[in-house]
Each structure stands twice: as structure tokens, then as C-alpha cells.
Design a binder for this molecule. Structure first.
Ligand code: NOJ
Length: 751
């Protein structure tokens, strides 16, 4: 469908004509549009509004050219209708760009991002986000507010589930992988959409793990840990960025000129546009940073925000016109912001193809191959934490009666996890359903809920996530339900417990002060283990939890995370041995909440070997280290070789080692290489990940893995020198299957 503008605006009409427009460069097209736009229209393009409920109120704003983008519209009919208004009823016929939180799938839900990171397979993330882009794009969504690239080292923070964990190297690999998935080879690639790296920057370091609270991050930590995934994303071609909510070192990220201009634009040469987080511009007033709304708009624009995301109305629409008149913001600045947004719209092809094919979207949303991808992703994301006596995979025919117990065993919504709104809930396979399908009539499977879990304070997402609160059990019912579950375990040959966190216990505004299994899950677990029956614990959750007791008393523990639409099938395949766990932890797993933050890449300081000098009541090591995960097979690393003992800056050393599968099943291992700079202008972390490869190895097969360590891997931000340095020093190298790898060597960098 072609826009039909009034003839009075000939140039503008020509610009919207595909044949004419295509003869112009993107730049020329934008310039042509800017020449005709009034100040109000220019400010309109910088405004993005939420649409909850019927289109009425936002439709009026669209008609008046006061909006450049909408978010939270997912019905293709409504999208087409609103686009029609923008394209045909506004003076300049500029299409809207529709954004949405496409975090780990749209209709087909993939494992949550922390789980995808646990696959240590960037391809998993690329394929998942490519499916998500095609599904979201099919209904008319042009822009995903993902991925979240915030490094998070505090599992109390609920949003740890949305990122790749604690490590900048793994985080950077996952960032680049996701841009390929969302955007394809370039912005506007067919079947793909624009993506948005968020939350720039430092959100993951919220004090106390409390969502939205301020972050205090030294420049060393920012540059070496928190910023690298964003920088990698910019290098990979991300089209947009979202500014974060919180204060970073006392300057709100959304009004932070250093972050948004000096680093993002000047140092990294970022060409995309910056959108604020929801209401983050207006919130500059709440932070005690802006005097009023108009001031907030000026501060944000001057800092480098191009588009304001807001509920109701934007501060930009309130304050920017007057600010231009008062000389607080220049027209050039506004046009520069418009230019970046219009460029994105042109590159996405929105002027040529503003509408979506409603009939085709159903076909895409229902594609069977998307479910197959989701199944594979869930299998590859699971991490086997414990497997005493090789309880898993379950020996075929050994268990005739199996008890499946726990509040998450048969809950579709919880299997999917947070940040999913458009999923096909009835098709979601819970663990119970997956086990039933897998074992058919060969095994008698019985289910008992056993415990109930809920938040102390409700989540503001509950209204939009199809969450239906259940009436709370009375103490008496709780006791009876637990007794039923224990009785069921007693008359079974094996109990599979599915415990963890409900979907609204992780994600935004879902932080916790404790990591204990909530509700009566711990009591339930202990009571079932006390029956003496073999127990498998499946964890459904978005963060490390306190499983110290389980780690000593439950023979098999499988971390399934929130595994998504196909989660139950994936867990069943893993439990049955039709898939072999190969995932690894993207975060150090603390023994208890008091150890937080605990990350493997800490500095070594006074008396490192003396545990008692750290805490006298607990080890200062994690329960499970970063990079850890078991398999149904066994791997031996050997023959670590470096092709040089000494290199000059700018040169690389090649590292090789053999990985042998000494077990009896084909399986995946993740070879990980870590380094440590022994001395230099600042102290360096005890270990830092600098390469990884997930490989499949047959029993008795030996594969050689290769890594290169050069300038990119050895350079870091020296706080002492206040610059990026590659220093002459001696470097330790370790290679193995987790961050405690023992196989080691050294090399030197000499001037
Ligand atoms: C607030 C969240 O912080 C952000 O991640 C999300 O994309 C926006 N809301 C839009 O829903």
C-alpha cells in the first residue's frame, strides 16, 4: 500500500515514493525531510509513547505528528491502523517505528538470556534472536528493546536474568551474537528488526542489588568490566541504545553527557540513536538532578538522548520548544537527533513498506521450526550442577513409579519466565508434561505441588503477563499438601523435584534480599530427601539460589533456568539422556547471600591462600565456580602448548590444547582459556576469560582447540596511567573446562 499525501507537498511526496527515494542517498532523504519539518514535528519524532489499552489517546497524538514511535502495540491490525494514520494522515507521511520488549522470544519463547549465555554458544543466541525478530517483525514490530548487556555480579538483582552474567568477555560474545540475530547482516535485512543495547550503562551494579538504585563504579571497573559488552555491540553494528535509569557515580545515566557523548559517540563512534528508558527523562527530576520537566528535557537532550520513551506524555513535548527559543538547546542538536531516528526508519524500509501482512504473520508465528530451535536452545542452556553416582541420565527401565513434585513442575507461565507477553501459553510444555510425553505409559508419573510460592509484594508486571494469583493456602492446607507430596515420594521409586522461582520473582523490579528457596520449598526438599528415595532436583529460576543444603544431600541437580516454550521437553530429554548437558555457569554461584559480590575475576591481595582471613564462618570461594558445569561424559584436557614464550606488544601467542572425551557418550565440552597479568601499572584480576569454544567430542576422541592471545586480549584500562595499555609483563595462561582450570603455562610480553 502506498501513502497518498496531499499534492501540496510535492517534494515530500516525492521523497516517500519508493522509485524516487531510492535514487537518493539516506542522507539526502533525511535532509529533504528535515527541511520541511516544523519544530513541533521535529520534536514529535523524538517522542515515543506506550500504548496500553485502546489506541484512542495515542492515535490523536500520532495524527498531530507529536509521536515518532510507539511501544507495546502487538496486534498487527492495530499496528497497521496506527501506521496508516501516521503515513496517510500526517503532513509529512513519516511512518512510526514500533518497539517492543522482545527479550527471549515473541511467540516462541526461548530460554531467558542468562540461560542462553549458559550455553556458551553464541550461535544459540543468534538463532534465537533471529527467530524472535522474524516473529515480532511479522506482526509489525520493527524494533526490539534487547539485548540487555548489563554485567551483573549480584544475584539479588532481579534483572541478572536478562543478561549474560558476570563476565565482560562472555558478555561481549553474546552481545555481538544477538545483534546478528536481531538485525541480520545489516539494518533493514529482510526478516530482521532493529535492536537496542541496554541499559547504558552500569545498571547491573545497583547498590544492594536493589533495582533502580544508584551504581558506584570506578572508571577501571567501568572500562574493563561494565562497558566492554556495549563497545562490542557498537562494533557489531547495533542500531540503537537505551540509556539506563539509575545514577552512575551520582550523575543519572539518562543525563550523563560523559557516557552518552564522550564515550558512546566520541570514543566509540556510535552512529545509531539513543532512546531513554521509560520515563527516565522525567525521572531526572526525581533524582534531584533536574529542576523541573522542561529542565529534564534539556539535560537529557544535551547529554545525548535522541528519543524519549514515556508513559502519557514526554518531557520533550513539554519543554524542548521553549528551550530552543531560550537558547538552551540548539536546532542543530534537535535535527541531529531527528536525523539518526529518520535514518533508522529509512534503513528499515519503513517508508517503502510501512504495513505488515496480517495474514502472513500467523504462518510465521506458528512455524514448527521455531519450536525446534527453542527446544535445542533449552537443551544447550541447561547446566548439570551435581550428579552423584551418575543418577542422571535415568537408567532406562529402572524407575517404574516417579513422583514429580514442586510448585514449578506444572506451571506454564513459570516455565517461560519473565519478559514474555505474547507467548502461546497453552502450547508451553512444563516439566511434568515433558516427562509425561517422554516416558509415556512405560512409567507411572504422579504429580504433587507440595508447596506454594509467591512474592511478598506484587509485581507491577502481573497485569500484563497473564499472571493469575492463586488463593493463598492456609497453614493447614500447606501442611496437608506437603504431606501428600512426601507420601507420593514414599510410594515412588524416584522423586523429581522442580523448585526455584516463579516468573514474577525475576526480571525488572524483582530483586530479593535473600537467595533461599522461597516459601516452603526447602522444607519440602528436605522432607522428600528424608524418604530415602533417589531425588533429582530441577531448578527453574533466573539467578543462583541458596542450594548449599541440596549440594550436599541431593544427588542430582540440573539448572534448567526458565527454559521457555519447549522447556519441559528439553528437561525430559536431558533427564532421559536423549540430550547431554553441556551448559556452563555464566556466573559464580555463591554459597550464600552474604558472599555477594563474589566473582571469579577478583584481584589477588594479602594472603590469598588463607581462607580464614576472609570469613571465619564460611569459605570465601563460591559453591560452583564461573564456567562450571558437568556432563554425562568426562573430559580430560592435556598437552597445553604456546607457540612462543615471548612476544612483543602487537604480536599474538597461539595457545593449543587437547580435549579428550574419556566417558562413554558423545558430549559437549566448553574449552575456556584464562589469563593473569602477573605485574603491571595496576593489580590485575586473578583470572580473566579470554576465549572459549563449545565443542562436541565422541567417546575416546581427542580434539585440539586453538586460541589466540594478542593485543585485544592483553590490553586493559590502567587506572594509574588513565589509558588503554598492553604492558610488558609475564602472563599466566590456564586452559580447561571452568574458571578453576589447572592446566597452565606462561608467556612474556617484552618491549
Ligand atoms: C523499562 C525497562 O527498564 C526496559 O528494559 C524496557 O525496555 C522498557 N521499560 C520498555 O518496556
Amino acid at each position: 500500500m502506498l501513502p497518498r499525501p496531499p499534492l501540496c507537498c510535492t517534494l515530500c511526496f516525492l521523497i516517500t515514493l519508493p522509485s524516487f527515494a531510492q535514487s537518493l542517498s539516506v542522507d539526502e532523504r533525511v535532509t529533504g525531510l528535515l527541511k520541511q519539518m516544523t519544530l513541533e514535528e521535529k520534536i514529535g519524532q523524538l517522542s515515543q509513547l506506550f500504548m496500553f489499552g485502546p489506541p484512542g489517546p495515542v492515535e490523536e497524538a500520532v495524527t498531530q505528528g507529536r509521536v515518532g514511535s510507539l511501544l507495546f502495540v502487538t496486534d498487527p491490525k492495530v499496528i497497521n491502523h496506527l501506521q496508516h494514520v501516521a503515513v496517510e494522515k500526517t503532513r509529512l507521511h513519516i511512518p512510526l517505528i514500533f518497539g517492543f520488549d522482545v527479550i527471549h522470544g515473541f511467540r516462541t519463547i526461548f530460554p531467558v538470556p542468562i540461560a542462553m549465555a549458559a550455553s556458551w554458544d553464541p550461535d544459540v543466541a543468534t538463532r534465537a534472536q533471529s527467530v524472535a525478530a522474524s516473529e515480532a517483525g511479522s506482526v509489525g514490530i520493527n524494533w526490539a528493546f534487547a539485548p540487555m548487556l548489563d554485567i551483573a555480579r549480584d544475584p539479588r538483582w532481579g534483572r541478572i536474568v536478562e543478561g549474560a552474567g558476570e563476565d565482560p568477555y562472555l558478555g561481549s560474545a553474546m552481545a555481538a551474537a544477538q545483534v546478528r540475530g536481531f538485525q541480520g547482516n545489516s539494518i533493514g535485512a529482510p526478516g530482521h528488526i532493529l535492536s537496542c543495547m541496554k541499559h547504558f550503562a552500569g545498571y547491573g551494579a545497583a547498590e544492594g542489588g536493589r533495582d533502580y538504585d544508584a551504581s558506584y563504579i570506578s572508571e577501571t571497573q567501568l572500562r574493563n568490566v561494565y562497558l566492554p559488552p556495549f563497545h562490542a555491540a557498537v562494533e557489531a553494528g547495533f542500531g540503537s541504545a537505551m540509556s539506563a535509569y539509575m545514577d552512575l557515580n551520582d550523575v543519572p545515566a539518562t543525563g550523563n553527557r560523559w557516557l552518552l557523548r564522550d564515550v558512546l559517540r566520541e570514543e566509540w563512534n556510535f552512529k545509531g540513536f539513543v532512546v531513554s528508558d521509560a520515563d527516565a527523562v522525567k525521572s531526572l527530576k526525581v533524582h534531584g538532578y533536574a529542576k523541573n520537566l522542561a529542565d529534564a528535557a534539556v539535560l537529557a537532550l544535551n547529554a545525548g538522548v535522541d528519543m524519549e520513551m514515556a508513559i502519557g506524555k514526554t518531557a520533550f513535548s513539554e519543554g524542548v520548544a521553549d528551550a530552543v527559543k531560550a537558547g538552551q538547546v540548539t536546532l542543530d542538536q534537535i535535527e541531529a537527533a531527528d536525523r539518526r531516528i529518520l535514518e533508522a526508519k529509512i534503513r528499515l524500509g519503513l517508508f517503502e513498506h510501512p504495513y505488515v501482512d496480517e495474514a502472513r504473520s500467523q504462518q510465521i508465528l506458528n512455524a514448527a521450526e521455531h519450536r525446534t530451535e527453542a527446544l535445542g536452545a533449552a537443551e544447550r542452556s541447561a547446566v548439570l550442577l551435581r550428579n552423584e553416582g551418575g543418577l542422571l541420565p535415568l537408567q532406562k527401565g529402572a524407575y517404574k513409579k516417579v513422583a514429580v513434585i514442586g510448585p514449578l513442575a506444572d506451571s506454564q507461565l513459570d516455565t517461560i519466565g519473565p519478559w514474555a507477553f505474547q507467548q502461546d501459553l497453552p502450547e508451553t510444555i512444563t516439566v511434568l508434561a515433558g516427562l509425561r510425553r517422554k516416558f509415556g505409559t512405560g512409567v507411572e508419573l504422579n504429580y504433587a505441588q507440595g508447596a506454594q510460592i509467591s512474592r511478598k509484594f506484587p509485581s507491577f508486571f502481573d497485569d500484563i503477563t497473564h499472571f493469575k494469583p492463586q488463593p493463598a493456602w492456609t497453614p493447614e492446607t500447606a501442611r496437608e499438601e506437603m504431606e501428600k507430596a512426601v507420601a507420593l515420594a514414599k510410594k515412588s521409586d524416584l522423586a523429581i523435584l522442580v523448585l526455584g522461582e516463579a516468573q514474577n520473582m525475576a526480571g525488572e523490579a524483582a530483586s530479593r534480599e535473600s537467595l533461599d528457596l522461597s516459601g516452603q520449598q526447602q522444607q519440602l526438599l528436605e522432607a522428600v530427601v528424608a524418604t530415602g528415595k533417589p531425588v533429582v532436583l530441577i531448578l527453574i529460576n533466573g539467578r543462583p539460589l541458596n542450594i548449599i543444603w541440596a549440594s550436599q544431600h541431593v544427588p542430582a541437580i540440573l539448572e534448567a533456568w526458565y527454559p521457555g516454550t519447549q522447556g519441559g521437553n528439553a528437561v525430559a530429554n536431558l533427564v532421559a539422556g536423549d540430550a547431554v548437558p553441556g551448559g556452563k555457569l555464566p556466573i559464580s554461584w555463591p554459597r550464600n547471600v552474604g558472599q555477594i559480590p563474589i566473582n571469579y575475576a577478583h584481584n589477588t591481595t594479602q594472603a590469598p591462600e588463607n581462607q580464614g582471613k576472609r570469613y571465619w564462618d564460611e569459605e570465601s570461594t563460591p559453591l560452583y565456580p564461573f564456567g562450571f558445569g558437568l556432563s554425562y561424559s568426562k573430559f580430560v584436557f592435556s598437552n597445553l602448548k604456546l607457540n612462543a614464550a615471548e612476544i612483543h606488544p602487537d604480536q599474538s601467542v597461539e595457545v593449543t590444547a587437547d580435549v579428550e572425551n574419556t566417558g562413554s557418550v558423545p558430549a559437549d565440552e566448553v574449552a575456556q582459556v584464562y589469563i593473569h597479568q602477573q605485574y603491571g601499572s595496576t593489580s590485575r584480576p586473578v583470572r580473566e576469560l579470554k576465549g572459549f569454544q563449545r565443542i562436541n567430542v565422541q567417546p575416546n576422541e581427542k580434539k585440539t582447540v586453538r586460541f589466540s592471545l594478542g593485543k585485544r586480549e592483553l590490553t586493559y584500562w590502567s587506572t594509574a596511567k588513565r589509558e588503554w595499555v598492553e604492558e610488558p609483563s609475564t602472563f599466566d595462561v590456564w586452559l580447561g573446562g571452568d574458571s578453576q582450570a589447572a592446566l597452565d603455562s606462561t608467556f612474556r610480553v617484552v618491549p
